[in-house]
Design a protein around this ligand. Structure first.
Ligand code: SF4
Length: 401
């Protein structure tokens, strides 16, 4: 399929929208009350620090809602204003945040259900309005909705579109796109749908396996079994790793994406010689600024003397999980929660350790004076961070009293 031509024709269609509808003023109020917080603004103004009684809160200097998410949420709300009576759908959670998604449900925006691993689009009719989330949608989904005669409101973040353009460039040169990401993540599903040949690697370990295969060959069946859900139809590691381009899920750990890019650059240089590198390797910087800033801020925060770190964001949010990884790397005790309600009375917290199920930890706030580092993922509103901080302050105040 000529994905580039399809996107071009879609973008010219009168059923396709990728900007707001001029109702900024109407939605500004909801955005403000639902997502912004005066306490957080106060902490920002005070050098990202708050001292109350025995508690010092240290907020990361970049955290929370990124502009791509804020833009997507605002466009989604404007869509309801613009199409007050039409049936409205969204192909997926607009962002990985429970409170935002609840707001959309309250506005009677339907979520397309997943049944037996497939999205059930049979509920969508011609004339319905369908919102595509911030992390995009696959080209097949766009085509299906377009064929059905739906109005499409595309909130895909421009950073994500930039990765899609990169993949188109790989395709033009007949390169295989090596995508650093999670093969199940919606953004990576969408990105791979624009590629012709692709291979998805989750981490440096997998990238090293592929690099080793390129340099020394190996067991083809083992390779195909190892990446069974992570390559394009008909992919053959003996043929399709001659020329590669690097792409990434925008929310991956930035340092890891960079290391993987360098690894493949070196690999191709060793295999084909530095003078032939351009024929075998292509890489553009497609790490999103917001992800980068949040990770950098976290890296500097964990250098401080913290008693613990609270990481707030959806449990299926990739960028939030990466923030927690940074705390774990520095051996700072860290608690990943998705909403303030996880902080329970009696000094307990229900949280998700990395790669494990939810657990309840008792006595998570140490006695005496404490310094708590706080950060949140790109899809977490400030209001949620405020509520979590309030609960910590109340808990410590109760202990002192
Ligand atoms: S994290 Fe980056 S790529 Fe994702 S929505 Fe935000 S700005 Fe866009």
């Amino acid at each position: 399929m000529d994905t580039k031509a399809f996107k071009r024709s879609l973008q010219q269609s009168e059923n396709y929208h990728r900007k707001g509808f001029g109702h900024e003023a109407e939605v500004a109020g909801v955005m403000q009350t639902a997502y912004q917080s005066s306490l957080i603004q106060q902490i920002r103004d005070n050098n990202y620090r708050l001292e109350r009684g025995a508690v010092t809160i240290r907020l990361a200097e970049a955290f929370g809602f990124c502009w791509g998410v804020e833009r997507a949420v605002a466009i989604a709300y404007e869509t309801r204003q613009h199409f007050p009576t039409e049936r409205l759908w969204i192909t997926n959670e607009i962002i990985h945040n429970p409170s935002v998604n609840q707001h959309l449900r309250d506005m009677e925006v339907g979520f397309i259900a997943v049944e037996n691993g497939q999205k059930n689009f049979s509920v969508v009719d011609s004339g319905d309005v369908v919102i595509l989330p911030a992390f995009g949608a696959s080209v097949q989904e766009m085509q299906l909705l377009n064929d059905k005669g739906c109005k499409i409101v595309d909130t895909t973040c421009p950073w994500v579109s930039k990765v899609w353009n990169t993949v188109e460039k790989h395709k033009k040169r007949n390169y295989t796109s090596i995508i650093h990401g999670q093969y199940k993540h919606e953004e990576t599903v969408a990105t791979s749908s624009f590629a012709d040949k692709y291979l998805i690697v989750l981490n440096l370990q997998e990238a090293e396996y592929v690099s080793n295969y390129i340099l020394h060959g190996g067991d083809r069946d083992e390779f195909l079994a190892k990446f069974s859900k992570a390559y394009s139809a008909g992919f053959d590691p003996d043929v399709d790793l001659e020329s590669v381009g690097i792409a990434n899920q925008t929310t991956m750990l930035k340092t890891e994406t960079e290391t993987i890019g360098k690894l493949f650059e070196k690999t191709m240089m060793r295999k084909f010689g530095p003078e032939n590198l351009n024929e075998h390797f292509q890489s553009f910087n497609t790490i999103c600024d917001a992800t980068q800033e949040r990770q950098d801020a976290m890296l500097s925060l964990v250098e401080e003397k913290l008693d613990l770190m609270l990481v707030i964001g959806g449990f299926n949010s990739s960028n939030t999980t990466h923030l927690q990884e940074i705390a774990i790397d520095k051996t700072v005790p860290s608690y990943h929660i998705d909403c303030a309600e996880r902080i329970l009375p009696g000094n307990r917290i229900e949280h998700k350790p990395l790669g494990a199920d939810l657990v309840v930890t008792e006595g998570w706030l140490p006695e005496g004076k404490i310094v708590v580092g706080v950060t949140s993922g790109a899809s977490t509103p400030d209001k949620v961070v405020e509520d979590a901080i309030d609960r910590i302050l109340a808990m410590k105040a109760a202990v002192v009293a």
